[in-house]
Design a protein. Sequence first.
Length: 80
Amino acid sequence: MKNTYDRLTDILVNQFEVRPEEVRPDITFEELELDSLFLVELGLVIKRDLDVEIGEDDATPRSTVADVVKLIDAQLNPAS
């Protein structure tokens, strides 16, 4: 089973046309040239695919991929 980082990378690459070599944990969405409208759309895709809600205030263009992975993991594994 894929980990959360790999699943988020798949979403970014397959649904938002980000090049796989650009995705790394410390890159921000701003650096990927993805704006706040993108983040709303990403939130919807994460809700649909992973059944996790990311609030509009939780992820910003300055958030990193790792930040969003942590948000997802916190909801998938609340006891951890």
